[in-house]
Ligand binder design. Structure first.
Ligand SMILES: NC(=O)c1ccc[n+]([C@@H]2O[C@H](COP(=O)([O-])OP(=O)(O)OC[C@H]3O[C@@H](n4cnc5c(N)ncnc54)[C@H](O)[C@@H]3O)[C@@H](O)[C@H]2O)c1
Length: 260
């Protein structure tokens, strides 16, 4: 990796944070495989930004093991090696406990958590053969604070922390780093679902010490760093990117009931 060109697979790369990562890596000359349930949007992205010949489009439904396994095989055949895997596909909905139907709970788990397991399980063997790789999960600060989504979302994102931590020893032996980036309030379609009006967004900004919402580029810069050899000692970490919101003091929820 270093400053060398790398091959990256971005799952959930058609929109929002994933899309920014795709554009950033593509514009820096890396080979990028983009997999999403919305392949038409990936194809459009490639056309709009003239990303050929180094960006490749794949269809995947992360909630299906067969779909993920087959996509990973095709990506490996296309790229040769997969150096970086970014898992960004996800859904959210802000609801109270009694309003969360079983179907939504199940769907959220299938996409946000099972999808993560399938994605890592299907790509890790290729990275193990190479004895190198960086796996970056786009998690969420909400799993720490319990704010910003519904119970089904927090639970799925909390599961992502446990999944990542459980793989630290096993993947580390093969020279594969795994980390979670846990963003809070990044401008995207997903944020529009949770904060649909400008007024709601302005109120939100007041609660962020740095005084602005996060940008997808805040996340892609961290992904870029985690894809480089010099960040290789960062392994098994949850990196909260939040403009200082989580640790601003009494106004916010105390993390894990501990005082830091
Ligand atoms: N935007 C934020 O403020 C924020 C904050 C914290 C965490 N996150 C997390 O970051 C990740 C990306 O969020 P975003 O804001 O870019 O969301 P987004 O809705 O803009 O993009 C999500 C992408 O995932 C894809 N996707 C959805 N279901 C899929 C499936 N079954 N299979 C494959 N692809 C599927 C969508 O088509 C879309 O391209 C999510 O995991 C989200 O939970 C976002």
């Amino acid at each position: 990796m270093g400053n060398k060109i790398c091959n990256i697979l971005v799952i959930g790369g058609a929109a929002g944070i994933g899309k920014e990562i795709v554009l950033d890596f593509a514009q820096k000359g890396n080979k990028v495989a983009v997999a999403d349930i919305n392949k038409a949007a990936v194809d459009q992205l490639i056309r709009d930004h003239q990303l050929e010949p180094n960006v490749f489009s794949f269809e995947v439904d992360v909630s299906s093991w067969d779909s993920v396994k087959s996509m990973a095989k095709k990506v490996k055949e296309t790229l040769g090696e997969i150096h970086v895997l970014v898992c960004s596909a996800g859904i959210t909905k802000s609801l109270k406990l009694q309003d969360v139907e079983w179907s939504l709970w199940k769907k959220t788990m299938e996409i946000n958590l099972h999808g993560l397991f399938y994605s890592i399980k299907s790509v890790a063997p290729y990275m193990m053969e190479q004895k190198r790789g960086s796996i970056i999960i786009i998690g969420s600060g909400s799993a720490i604070t319990g704010s910003g989504g519904g119970v089904q979302y927090y639970a799925s994102k909390g599961g992502a922390f446990g999944l990542m931590r459980s793989l630290v020893p096993e993947l580390g032996q093969y020279g594969i780093n795994i980390n979670v980036i846990a963003p809070r309030v990044i401008e995207s379609q997903m944020l529009d679902v949770l904060y649909p009006t400008e007024q709601a967004k302005d109120e939100l900004k007041k609660r962020i010490p740095i005084g602005r919402l996060g940008k997808p580029s805040d996340i892609s810069s961290m992904v870029e760093y985690l894809s480089k050899e010099e960040s290789n000692y960062i392994h098994g970490q949850i990196l909260v990117l939040d403009g200082g919101r989580t640790y601003q003091g009494k106004k916010e929820i105390v993390v894990c009931n501990q005082h830091f």
